[in-house]
Design a protein around this ligand. Structure first.
Ligand SMILES: Cc1cc2nc3c(=O)[nH]c(=O)nc-3n(C[C@H](O)[C@H](O)[C@H](O)COP(=O)(O)OP(=O)(O)OC[C@H]3O[C@@H](n4cnc5c(N)ncnc54)[C@H](O)[C@@H]3O)c2cc1C
Length: 368
């Protein structure tokens, strides 16, 4: 649709004349933030539906919920849904608190809203990617738990699967959101709004946490170990990779089409850290408040953290093996291996989560 020479009443103009692009982009940021809540809520609903089916469907003389592989799926689904909800809470909290703080003089103006949404545009894009991919993963596993019935339109998973699929496409495809988020963070770092330089310097100084809060606004230096220290180490890997990419690719070619794979891998590392840290921060608050159910929350965070560690290790391999000379690759991999947390055994953790999910019928609606 093209609008040309259309008269608009003055009172209907949004923002300044000629600056409509900023309003349009901020509408996308807001849409991405809201979508993260939508994806997280639907993911929880899918978990509840799947849990109920698993207790009703019987095979080999048992409800399929008795089988370890179905329990494993329920536990993984629960941890993804919980992590998605944590990301949605954190992102909307960042935006709403920033709007409350704009000037303390009444409701925020349109400019306040646009500036806040611009400031958190990387978080909104990362939240959209993380939560929509969690929602898609849940829809896929729900269909698998329903078996052949899941494939039939007469049962709910077929609809869940189709509905989940669009969330990776609209409000900016997940490819575009990945590129956007990484570019926004690098541009802010180049402008001096994010302190990537101190974080990169701290890598060689081995300072415990110097500058590493630059990636996000919250510091995870509180709560339960070893996830707290693990997240700090994952941030070191992110900055190590940013440094490697910055040394390997000229700054003015960084966003070229043929360098998109590097940008998307960096974005994936940042998105995984954002997801794991948001989940961890929520559980740490839960524990500090002494709220009931903190054992379940901690187990969910452990599964989420392990998934992020695996993804980050794989993306780091992609970047370093492409950039490093053959002889250097081993030393790069040795360097980051000291920051890559050791795998945690999750078989017992998943069994515990599955038992809780089966007892409750999903995740508790009111989990802190
Ligand atoms: C059900 C539905 C509802 C929708 N609702 C709305 C709405 O309310 N408002 C609205 O404005 N739009 C809406 N859309 C449109 C939606 O936002 C677009 O479909 C989406 O942005 C992708 O654009 P496209 O379909 O033209 O795909 P294309 O741009 O053709 O993309 C095709 C593929 O190429 C990739 N790609 C494209 N450009 C690049 C690039 N530069 N670098 C790397 N990869 C790239 C994409 O990620 C994608 O994988 C809706 C779409 C659907 C299906």
């Amino acid at each position: 649709m093209q609008l040309d020479d259309v008269a608009i009443p003055v009172e209907n103009v949004l923002g300044a004349v000629g600056k409509g692009h900023k309003v349009a982009m901020c509408t996308l940021n807001l849409g991405r933030m809201k979508m993260s809540a939508n994806c997280a809520g639907t993911a929880k609903k899918i978990l509840a539906t799947t849990t109920q089916y698993a207790t009703e469907r019987r095979q080999f003389g048992h409800p399929i919920a008795d089988f370890g592989l179905i329990q494993r799926k329920l536990a993984d689904m629960a941890s993804r849904a919980y992590a998605a909800e944590s990301v949605a809470y954190r992102t909307s909290g960042l935006v709403y608190h920033a709007l409350e703080d704009t000037d303390g003089m009444g409701p925020p103006t349109l400019d306040d809203k646009l500036n806040t949404l611009t400031e958190f545009s990387a978080e909104c894009a990362m939240a959209k990617v993380f939560t929509s991919e969690a929602y898609n993963a849940l829809a896929d596993e729900a269909l698998q738990v329903f078996g052949g019935y899941g494939f039939s339109e007469e049962y709910s998973p077929a609809r869940m699967y189709r509905d989940s699929r669009i969330t990776r496409i609209y409000e900016g495809t997940n490819e575009i959101c990945r590129l956007y988020a990484q570019r926004a963070m690098l541009r802010r770092a180049w402008k001096g709004d994010l302190d990537f330089d101190s974080a990169i310097e701290a890598l060689s100084a081995e300072a415990p946490n110097g500058g590493l809060e630059a990636l996000q606004h919250a510091d995870s230096n509180w709560g339960f170990e070893p996830i707290a220290s693990g997240i700090r180490d994952l941030k070191k890997i992110y900055f190590y990779l940013v440094q490697a990419v910055s040394e390997g690719i000229e700054k003015d070619r960084m966003f070229d089409a043929d360098n998109q794979q590097y940008m998307a891998s960096l974005a994936d590392v940042a998105i995984e850290i954002f997801g794991a840290e948001s989940t961890y921060l929520r559980v740490a608050k839960h524990k500090l408040a002494g709220a009931p159910g903190s054992d379940l929350a901690e187990a969910l965070a452990r599964i989420c953290f392990q998934r992020s560690v695996e993804r980050i290790g794989s993306e780091a391999n992609e970047i370093l093996s492409a950039l490093a000379e053959h002889g250097d690759l081993r030393s790069h991999l040795d360097h980051i291996s000291k920051w890559l947390p050791l795998p945690a055994g999750l078989i017992e953790t998943r069994a515990f989560v599955a038992r809780s999910v089966l007892d409750i019928g999903g995740l508790p609606a009111s989990m802190t």
